[in-house]
Design a protein. Structure first.
Ligand code: ZN
Length: 532
């Protein structure tokens, strides 16, 4: 007997979907019987996943079976169960055709004629259009309500407010009212900074010391406070549609549904101000005052940091995404409320709320220890380094390249002369014009190509000279250096060693540190190290 796969899909685990799942299975099984297919129990695939995604675990399994030519038919209830995107439907249909597997769609005429295929495509498109329309309708509806001064996101109000649902003239209305306890904390936050010159860090520290309950039963962190400080709703200016949901740039590994779980700020022209949307907790004056103080703090902080003990201050560690220096700072651990040292990309620390560079913050102890250990390890292999340097000198013999340049220059001059000879012959009428053009062209091509080679080699010599200087210096100081690194204990000693080495480290997006400027590539066997 021929065997078939049944694939059913629902979008959610809700009651209504359970019903449609049952009717899908029944419909498919009836069809299988009718067409004389047997469905092994493990070939009944029941998936709960959005049809907008093409990568679905069970669908992939089913497609694998089809590609392996193990199934004679794939039975689905309708095209939109298979995929919302007609291109995806088309792709699966093609896979079936290739594997001589019949694609059976229960609710459609079993027709592999072009018309039947068209129906499949069109139905797929229909589903997609409908989805688009729904999402547009609700977006538009929300915007419409917002323009008429209504709060449209019913789920949550920011810290400091409670959501109240009421019915006015038969229509549901959402409003925010002040939560007195939380509002008191918000007010204190702004006052401590605006009136008393606190830093965000100090506010977080003090709140945690006083055991003031933080939202979501966490500890107060700088990032939470920063977010609150940037919310103009607290001074009575509530904007909606400030953010747009996007898919995260770094979705987690494995096959999973990618949600639009990240947010980006929209252009200010798209924001919608809701008059009287949020009752003010603080005055606009205090809001501005606090923000002015934050600016002063950040300027001060960058001055103070110079005196702090950060091994990589002064641009030794760079961001691998945007190339800016990683600058030093503090953060507070959410779980314990304790402070720890970090490095963050300079391009995302000036703006307290919106990160321009996506490089995440890295723990300073982790990266410093890892780099230091790596250095100590590399310098222990002093003999290998010396060998590497002499290898470099042998393989990159400058005089060899210089001799080659002289040789090529001679050839080049030869072609230039040849060209002149032909020109003279043309002038004397010894050769005709066609021959002249042909020969001149040949010479020109050779001249160009030789000149190009010579330029290349000259550039190479310059680079090699630079490198050679570096290696000379390294060789002379290697023993000193190794001694310094080995015996460095205090911050100052370590720092001096780094300057001697002329270390230059680049942090990649995945928190891999690449070290440059210590030893030649060939001998630096562990040039990169991984930190998680
Ligand atoms: Zn960066």
């Amino acid at each position: 007997m021929k065997s078939a796969i049944i694939y059913v899909r629902v979008s959610t685990t809700g009651q209504a979907d359970r019903g449609t799942e049952k009717s899908q299975i029944e419909g498919c099984q009836r069809k299988a019987k009718e067409l004389g297919y047997e469905v092994p129990p493990e070939w009944l695939f029941r998936e709960t996943w959005t049809g907008a995604d093409f990568e679905r675990p069970l669908l992939s399994e089913a497609r694998q079976l089809i590609r392996e030519k193990r199934a004679d038919a794939l039975i689905v209830y309708s095209t939109d169960r298979l995929a919302r995107n007609p291109l995806h439907v088309g792709l699966i249909a093609e896979e079936c055709d290739k594997a001589a597997c019949q694609l059976v769609i229960v609710t459609e005429p079993d027709d592999s004629s072009p018309e039947g295929q068209l129906i499949r495509y069109v139905r797929g498109w229909g589903g997609q259009f409908e989805r688009l329309k729904i999402s547009e309708r609700t977006q538009r509806g929300k915007r419409f309500l917002a323009r008429h001064g209504q709060i449209t996101s019913g789920g949550k109000a920011p810290y400091g407010y409670n959501v109240v649902h009421t019915t006015v003239d038969g229509r549901k209305k959402i409003s925010w009212v002040i939560n007195p306890k939380e509002a008191e904390i918000i007010k204190r936050m702004f006052e401590l900074i605006g009136n008393h010159g606190y830093t965000i860090y100090r506010v977080a520290l003090e709140f945690n010391q006083q055991e003031i309950p933080a939202p979501r039963s966490q500890k107060w962190s700088e990032s939470i406070i920063r977010t609150y400080l940037s919310n103009t709703a607290y001074c009575g200016e509530l904007y909606l549609f400030k953010y747009k949901a996007i898919e995260p740039k770094k979705p987690q590994a494995g096959m999973r549904r990618i949600k639009k779980s990240s947010q980006v700020l929209r252009d200010k022209s798209e924001w919608i101000l809701i008059p009287n949307g949020a009752p003010p907790i603080i005055s606009r004056e205090l809001y501005d005052k606090a923000h002015k103080q934050l600016e002063i703090n950040s300027r001060k902080a960058s001055r103070n940091r110079i005196h702090n003990q950060y091994l990589f201050s002064g641009g030794i560690l760079r961001c691998g995404i945007c190339g800016h220096a990683m600058t030093s700072g503090y953060q507070i651990r959410r779980a314990t409320g304790q402070e720890y040292r970090i490095y963050r990309c300079a391009s995302n620390c000036h703006s307290p709320i919106y990160h321009r560079c996506t490089m995440s913050v890295i723990n300073a102890d982790d990266v410093e220890n890892a780099v230091w250990n790596e250095l100590a390890q590399s310098l222990k292999k002093r003999e290998i380094i010396k060998q590497g340097i002499s290898n470099f000198r042998e393989t990159n013999n400058l005089s060899k390249i210089e001799t080659e340049i002289v040789l090529k220059q001679k050839q080049l001059d030869g072609f230039k002369q040849e060209r002149v000879v032909y020109l003279r012959q043309l002038g004397k009428g010894l050769i005709d014009e066609t021959t002249w053009v042909k020969e001149a062209r040949r010479c020109d091509t050779r001249i160009d190509s030789l000149q190009h080679d010579i330029d290349d080699m000259r550039r190479r010599i310059e680079t090699l000279k630079q490198q050679a200087l570096h290696y000379d210096h390294l060789e002379n100081t290697l023993d000193d250096l190794a001694y310094t690194v080995e015996h460095a204990e205090t911050f100052e000693q370590k720092r001096r060693a780094l300057v001697m080495i002329n270390l230059n480290a680049v942090l990649t997006q995945d928190h891999v540190v690449k070290l440059n400027g210590i030893v030649p590539d060939k001998v630096q066997q562990t040039g990169a190290l991984l930190l998680i």
